[in-house]
Design a protein around this ligand. Structure first.
Ligand code: KIV
Length: 267
């Protein structure tokens, strides 16, 4: 029998019960199926695929076609977790019609159950229209990497009173627009706690303290597989990148020295 998929109402129920929600990123079928096997609640096909896997400087160049390609691979490997497709830069900003069509592609072509998009008040009308067409939407406030050129850096957001109260207003606005959950990225833990308390939908924190309803990390960061830099908010649970390089070096050495293939690998 097919495993029961997690739904947006399950997540709201988890918030009510105080049960923490877990989310990690995946960009391929293998990693997604591992996460699903281990009981992750949400899998985000993040536009972070741009810097983590595709070699871009940031998330700006990531296209809809690239996202659909990766999202299709992810959904092939998932039975229980809810898969959220991240809407890339310029897939929802130009017009509401384009936004709905692109959001729809994640469900129709890639098998995702929801989409995520960045921004506050300025995107709430677009969100209302997407939700109105039957597509669950996750919001994203705080550090929004698609606005890197507007903010000019990746610093902590919501540090002063004015920014903090705007963010709280944005969170209320997103809830009103119909999002089922909001990612809070790189904001003071105190502010995240306040937002979490004031809205009825789950908050998922990344660099936003322990009081959010759930947590998300970039899987390649927490594995130590993406080694370029380590954000303060990310915890490395392993040094997989180092171990992989060790394997490659060993293989190269063994082939050069005719140690591999050995008798048992030969016919
Ligand atoms: O693209 C991504 O991986 C994200 C997470 C950091 C929340 O948006």
């Amino acid at each position: 029998m097919a495993e029961k998929k997690l739904t947006t109402s399950d997540l709201v129920e988890m918030k009510k019960k105080g049960e923490k929600i877990t989310m990690l990123t995946a960009y391929d079928c293998l990693m997604a199926s591992q996460l699903d096997d281990c009981g992750i609640d949400l899998i985000l096909v993040g536009d972070s695929v741009g810097n983590v896997l595709l070699g871009y400087e940031n998330t700006i160049p990531v296209t809809m076609d690239e996202m659909i390609h990766h999202c299709r691979a992810v959904t092939r490997g998932v039975k229980r977790a809810m898969v959220v497709g991240d809407m890339p830069f310029m897939s929802y900003q130009a017009s509401e019609e384009e936004a709905v069509r692109n959001a729809g592609r994640f469900l129709k072509e890639a098998g995702a159950e929801a989409v995520k998009l960045e921004g506050g008040k300025e995107v709430s009308k677009t969100i209302k229209i997407i939700v109105g067409s039957g597509i669950p939407v996750m919001g994203h406030l705080g550090l929004t990497p698609q606005s890197i050129y507007k903010f000019g850096g990746y610093g902590v957001r919501g540090k002063d009173e004015e920014q903090a109260s705007k963010m709280l207003e944005d969170a209320r606005g997103l809830e009103e627009a119909g999002v089922f959950s909001i990612v809070l990225e790189k904001i003071p833990a105190k502010l995240a706690k306040k937002i979490t308390r004031e809205i009825n939908i789950p908050t998922i924190g990344i660099g936003a303290g322990v009081d959010c309803d759930g947590q998300v990390l970039v899987t390649h960061d927490m594995l130590g597989l993406f080694e370029k830099f380590k954000p303060k908010f990310s915890k490395r649970y392993a040094e997989v990148g180092k171990e992989m390089k060790e394997c490659y070096r060993k293989y190269i050495e063994e082939v050069k020295n005719k140690v591999f293939p050995a008798e048992e690998h030969s016919y």
